[in-house]
Design a protein around this ligand. Structure first.
Ligand SMILES: Cc1cc2nc3c(=O)[nH]c(=O)nc-3n(C[C@H](O)[C@H](O)[C@H](O)COP(=O)(O)OP(=O)(O)OC[C@H]3O[C@@H](n4cnc5c(N)ncnc54)[C@H](O)[C@@H]3O)c2cc1C
Length: 426
């Protein structure tokens, strides 16, 4: 990357990088690592520094078995009931509804019977790549000690709830994903201390979690910097193809040149993508959590309360209770009553949970209506690649996204057909 003559950047390191990565969340960091491994030099640009936004506070799961699109989980039928509960798993800010309608319309269409099979096949292919590429990234960056291999346990309050989930489990079995339905002593062994309302569960042994998602992302970033990458605290406000690559304009007016660029600005990517001719229906599903002290409960593995839209995760730094979806855009202030509502439910589900001393957080999932991310070249230039919109699965799919982006920018053959992820699919 070079600085345009006469507009000193004051950072000589920028002059030596050939790929500018816009956004240093988990997606940008994983892209930087995979590009570096492919022999490219990288410069990260982010006004918030490394992994300080959505990637800082997520639920820490490598959810490799999560291959069903959100719209296809019978969700549509649950939505009216959820909306009636002001602190339930889903809320929509009324003033935001008019802006949300086009996204919601596409979400409904994504749930149509004829579209589900294709979406599951695409997500399953990305997840298969994710598992292998994440293992390779963990090894390359020396992060094995940060990964827990203890699976997840999804919980049901009735046999009818388990039966209703069977179709989803059939799709997973067909995709080669192992799981075990459990009851009685086996359920209590997988997690002692559950309230008796939980009559059954599903154990997924291949599910992994990281010890702390922000630490994990920053460790990837530190590895990238140690290998010669750079990070600059800067906001990109303009992007355009140029004769020999890409021109970037920063908030402070500086102009930078790079040979290639990756747009990985998460939920904030939409306007930059539009400058490249790509009108992408990106929105945000805001999520909340509370991280309790580590001794709040003897948690054996991540617990998933699907009907209530939240999970509880054991982290090195505490017990994290959170999830939920709030459709309220990027700028509206957080409503932490949502985090408190999940904590109150968690106390009912794990009666011995100590709920004092928690830290609350809200993050912006970058969400596309068909639950698939955008991974592909921009309309304006093959040298500018989009990598955003991972919704609930950005940590899980980060390494695979990095690999696919590196393949595109290094003109290597892709691991599979990328058309379901195309930025031009909408
Ligand atoms: C409550 C919750 C729980 C979750 N749990 C999980 C989970 O268990 N497993 C999982 O896989 N996923 C989970 N997710 C989803 C996951 O956190 C996201 O998909 C992921 O963090 C998105 O990463 P990202 O890098 O695209 O976005 P971000 O982490 O938001 O990073 C985008 C970066 O771009 C920067 N940026 C924005 N605009 C500009 C600009 N103009 N110029 C330069 N930089 C810019 C921002 O400052 C930010 O740092 C969860 C999300 C939430 C909210």
């Amino acid at each position: 990357m070079t600085v345009q003559p006469g507009r000193a950047a004051g950072d000589p390191a920028l002059a030596s990088a050939d790929v500018a990565v816009i956004g240093a969340g988990i997606i940008g960091l994983a892209c930087a690592q995979k590009l570096q491994q492919a022999g490219r030099s990288v410069a990260l640009l982010d006004p918030a520094g490394m992994a300080n936004r959505t990637s800082a506070g997520n639920a820490a799961a490598f959810a490799f078995s999560d291959i069903l699109p959100l719209a296809g989980r019978g969700l549509i039928f649950k939505v009216p009931g959820w909306l009636l509960d002001p602190l339930g798993p889903l809320s929509i800010r009324p003033a935001y509804l008019p802006r949300l309608l086009p996204w919601f319309w596409r979400f409904l269409r994504a749930g149509q019977a004829g579209r589900i099979a294709g979406a599951i096949a695409a997500q399953a292919a990305l997840m298969r790549l994710s598992e292998g590429e994440m293992a390779a990234l963990v090894e390359a960056c020396g992060l094995a000690a940060m990964v827990r291999h203890d699976g997840s346990l999804e919980l049901y309050e009735s046999e009818a709830e388990l039966t209703a989930s069977e179709e989803g489990w059939r799709h997973r079995r067909a995709a080669g994903i192992g799981f075990e339905h459990v009851r009685g002593a086996r359920l209590a062994e997988l997690q002692p201390g559950l309230a008796p309302r939980f009559v059954a569960g599903t154990f997924v042994p291949s599910w992994q979690t990281v010890s702390e998602p922000q630490h994990f992302a920053c460790a990837i970033g530190e590895h990238v910097l140690a290998q010669g990458g750079t990070l600059r605290m800067a906001e990109v406000v303009g992007i355009a193809p140029a004769e020999h690559g890409v021109t970037l304009r920063l908030r402070d007016g500086q102009i930078l040149q790079a040979r290639q660029a990756v747009l990985a600005a998460g939920a904030w990517s939409k306007h930059l993508a539009a400058q490249l001719g790509d009108r992408i229906p990106l929105d945000t599903e805001r999520g909340y959590n509370t991280t309790l002290p580590a001794d709040a409960f003897p948690l054996r593995r991540q617990l998933i309360f699907g009907a209530h839209g939240f999970v509880i995760t054991p982290l090195a730094t505490g017990i994290r209770v959170g999830g939920a979806v709030e459709l309220a855009g990027l700028d509206h202030p957080p409503n932490f009553a949502r985090a408190r509502a999940m904590l109150a439910k968690a106390k009912r589900f794990l009666p011995d949970l100590a709920t004092d001393g928690g830290r609350e957080w809200m993050g912006h999932r970058p969400s596309l209506p068909d639950s698939l991310p955008v991974i592909g070249a921009s309309r304006a230039s093959p040298h500018i690649v989009h990598a955003f919109g991972h919704g609930h699965l950005g940590l899980t799919q980060s390494a695979a996204t990095g690999r696919l982006v590196a393949d595109l920018l290094c003109a290597r053959r892709s691991a599979f057909d990328l058309s379901p992820f195309s930025p031009q699919r909408f």
